[in-house]
Design a protein. Sequence first.
Length: 307
Amino acid sequence: MDFRQLKTFSCVAELGSLSKASDTLRIAQPALSRQIKLLEHELRAELFTRNGRGMVLTEAGRLLLARTSGIVRQIDQIRDDIQSHAGAPSGRVVLGLVPTVSCVLSARLARRTVESYPGISLCIVESYSGHLIEWLHRGEMDLAVIYGPSADLHLSVQNLGRDAVVAVGRRGSGLSRKKRVEMDWLLRQKLVLPSHSHGLRTLIEHAAAQKKVKLDIQVEADSFRVLTSLVEEGLGFALLPPSSVRDEVQAGKLEIASIAKDGPMRELIIASPIDHPGSAAIAAVTALLRNETAACRNEGTWDIKLA
């Protein structure tokens, strides 16, 4: 195996298409196909099944991707860092954001990156903490803003701040009139929540266990947009940061109320792989993350308590 073959394999696996990989790598399709075949011959295993929808990884292909994707990224970053040594940071940075942070930060962070560091290619991936942590461990992601606690993550972490959680209900739910609700009352209502693999669900279940309340979960949704639409339809209440539904509240689609006394606060952290030497481009994006978070707080568009 050589690096060129592994990079080709990684790109085809990510895009699921030889033609898309050809456009991305600027290499003719026959040459890419030949490199994949050479790699399959070397490993004595088929790495892809080819069908009308493109290239789909086999079990052997998934194993190879899991073992080599981090290596390919690190070698790419060595090149980027050497090229950045005498000038501005450059190279590709894959950043993961949880949905409630992405809706506040992603557009303004992307704009600031383009303005400040035109040599950096920023790829923003939005998902829940559980998925982002897995991709960090596999070396497929350089950096992620996720919710803590940070203990036992086996990642390099920096504390960004603490984010409040409020009760979110449909228009006419009475939350805006109440302004503040008790956690005990909220936990006894019909709820729409993410699935068990996500940190917000764990936080809510822990609060319910402390109060010995059995949760009445109407629907589970692992999409932030679906979750808010379910609330709009009146299927239940959700618990979310107020900044994530600010536009919907202002438009009169949703209502919110703070949670009295023991309202949960979530630790927000910047995480990266422990064995992943941070590149100049990653350091630059991390600094922009902190700056944009502070700017959002100062503007009043994000109710975060900074670390």
